[in-house]
Design a protein around this ligand. Sequence first.
Ligand code: CP
Ligand code: NVA
Length: 306
Amino acid sequence: MMLRHFLQFKDLSRDELLYLFERSRVIKSRFKRYQPYHPLTDRTLAMIFEKSSTRTRLSFEAGMHQLGGSAIYLNTRDTQLGRGEPVEDAGEVISRMVDIVMIRTFEQEIIERFAAHSRVPVINGLTNEYHPCQILADIFTFIEHHGSIQGKTVSWIGDSNNMCNTWLQAAEVLDFNVHVSTPPGYEVEPERAGLYGTDHFESFADPMDACRGADLVTTDVWTSMGWEAENDERLKDFADWQVDAEMMGVAKSDAVFMHCLPAHRGEEVTADVIDGPQSVVWDEAENRLHVQKALMEFLLLGKVES
Ligand code: CP
Ligand code: NVA
């Protein structure tokens, strides 16, 4: 089987993504019925974390166990990577001992270098630039609630961060639209987002305009991991980019609200929105488990029919 990685959302084609969403549905429904499914018996996942995590660690570790394999957690502080071992050498060595690797790190370039020296599939568990596993879960959650995302409108309110970049890539691959509103000075950089064109996104100075008529409204923390030194400045700059009931009120009446979590109520979103009837954040978090099981199965076994 050809070696495949999932380093950016566009590493998978539209057809492969649609297959993965259908496969996630099957794997989820089997799991809900307590039906054992162990296609990855004796396979090992290494999870390398250079940043904190709750959901990503849990969903990958639990997911691998549920598929019959095992998972090993490594964090930079306890490994030779933290003492300067070249990432290329780590890729060579780690990929001789396990079957699949997930990495959460800083620059995208780090995971690209690791993958270039890996004999096994590498999955991006978040970098400064992208968070593709989260967007897999988000789109699967959207499909569960509203059907196909093709032609729909997603409003992104806040920072043009790894989540925003990945939404923009996903819009190109799956043919939907993203309305982005960021404060001045925090605009999308298409090159950093890895876009081939700008056909699928539109920028709005006023977040209310970005939310008008949307099928999905979403946001994320104002200060991502790695940017903590800018926190005080960002609290001021982003003050008008808080998703509140008024913004949800101009979206479609059946629009859903998403947030990858962890959230800061009273900053990027009000409590009445994230804890309100349009919020699907708990489904969204749970679906990390199901889509990543489908992803690991696909990267290790290809398309399966069982
Ligand atoms: N959404 C997400 O990736 O959460 P964690 O940082 O807890 O993994
Ligand atoms: N944009 C956030 C996402 C956390 C899951 C960060 O990178 O910190």
